[in-house]
Design a protein around this ligand. Structure first.
Ligand SMILES: NC(=O)c1ccc[n+]([C@@H]2O[C@H](COP(=O)([O-])OP(=O)(O)OC[C@H]3O[C@@H](n4cnc5c(N)ncnc54)[C@H](OP(=O)(O)O)[C@@H]3O)[C@@H](O)[C@H]2O)c1
Length: 368
């Protein structure tokens, strides 16, 4: 357990939707954290002040694309949120003595390729620090919530997490069409179709292993399969035309089995254009977590900008990025205090909102 002085010095690595929420939160309400560096990828952000990137006051910290300069900084923790995750980068950060919280990967390191796990663990030990991957899903809904609910069960037969979402409202059409392959021929969609689909699929497989490992399922395998569905008609999605006959639906299943028994399942029912195949299961939009056991239980989760105020649709859509960002930002102090090594929701205390209702004076918050 490492005791670090407050404020903790932090670096924000990646300033997309999630990273910007992290940056704004730190500048607005986290007197226990001080931003000392910002790593970006876009040329137009180089040399821009952290405050300007977050639409806040000037901080005197300029963004850079130079990883070596960032790693050379003195800091307690890196908040790592790039689009493409790099184990090399994370190991270099850890070796330099900085903890890492990330939304991009490392959600259940124990099930990494053994050579990668050995590297990651050695980097943590060399730096005397920890790494924690989390977010919304993968993250809270596939790690914290199943464990929290399981506290009310005597025994478990099956855990199922269903995610139903229509991606038409997501402005990042590069991810929807290039990475996730919507709009491409249905025959071209598979768990190994390209590097991104394989990586994305591996993250959800990791979460199945996490639930199984944390709840004594002793599974043998996790399988991934996907059914792609063709659009019945054309759909204009922001700047992109999704053509009739190309992929408009993907039904993914990641299943953990012990022998022939299906014990843990994560299911994704993803569409673009709003056509919903009649033969697919029909959970509500959002996430439905079901524990079949003694007793059985089910919760439905959805995050919006507000349930009471009128807000623009884009704010509702953005709520998922806020939730993702907060899950790791709220974990920073606990990750910095953890024993060196990879840590998951099964190792950390229950992560709570740092600011909460916001009624505690700032100085008191920082000394908590
Ligand atoms: N666990 C979860 O629940 C969850 C939920 C949502 C997202 N995520 C993950 O969180 C990460 C950030 O998501 P986001 O929604 O913020 O994405 P985003 O808005 O698309 O932001 C993209 C980020 O990637 C950076 N980037 C640009 N080119 C890159 C490259 N060649 N290699 C690596 N990074 C590059 C951008 O750099 P700049 O700073 O220059 O803009 C920006 O920081 C992603 O890994 C995403 O998969 C996880």
């Amino acid at each position: 357990m490492t005791k670090r002085d407050l404020p903790l010095k932090v670096i924000v690595w990646g300033t997309g939707s999630v990273g910007t929420e992290v940056l704004q939160t730190i500048l607005d309400i986290r007197d226990d954290l001080e931003v000392v560096g910002v790593r970006v990828y876009s040329d137009e952000k180089v040399g821009v002040d952290a405050g300007d990137l977050a639409k806040r006051s000037t901080q005197g910290v300029l963004a850079t694309t130079n990883s070596d300069d960032i790693i050379a900084l003195d800091a307690d923790c890196v908040i790592y949120t790039p689009r493409k995750a790099s184990l090399d980068d994370v190991c270099a950060i850890l070796e330099s003595g900085k903890n890492v919280v990330t939304t991009a990967f490392l959600f259940h390191p124990r099930r990494l390729d053994p050579a990668d796990l050995a590297r990651l663990t050695a980097a943590c030990e060399k730096g005397g620090v920890s790494v924690h991957g989390s977010g919304l899903n993968p993250g809270n809904l596939s790690a914290v919530l199943p464990l929290a609910l399981s506290g009310m069960t005597r025994s478990i037969e099956k855990v199922t997490l269903q995610e139903r979402a229509d991606w038409s409202v997501y402005e990042s059409t590069e991810i929807t069409f290039n990475n996730m392959c919507f709009g491409q021929p249905v025959e071209s969609i598979s768990p190994t179709a390209n590097e991104f689909l394989a990586f994305n699929s591996s993250l959800f497989s990791e979460m199945v292993w996490f639930i199984a490992d944390s709840l004594n399922a002793d599974i043998d395998t996790v399988t991934a399969d996907v059914e792609a569905i063709a659009a019945m008609e054309d759909h204009q999605i922001f700047d992109h035309l999704l053509k009739a006959g190309t992929t408009a639906g993907q039904h993914w299943r990641w299943v953990g089995r012990r022998g022939d028994e299906e014990l843990v399942e994560i299911e994704a029912l993803w569409t673009v254009g709003g056509e919903y195949p009649g033969h697919w299961p029909k959970p509500q939009d959002g996430w439905t977590l079901t524990i079949e056991g003694d007793p059985s239980m089910q919760v439905h989760f959805i995050s919006l900008a507000s349930f009471t105020r009128e807000v623009p649709l884009e704010d509702h859509v953005h709520a998922a990025s806020v939730a993702t960002a907060m899950q790791i930002t709220n974990a920073i102090q606990d990750v910095c205090a953890a024993a060196p090594g990879p840590v998951t929701a099964a190792d950390l205390p229950l992560i709570r909102s740092y600011g909460g209702f916001g009624n505690t004076p700032r100085a008191e918050l920082a000394s908590r």
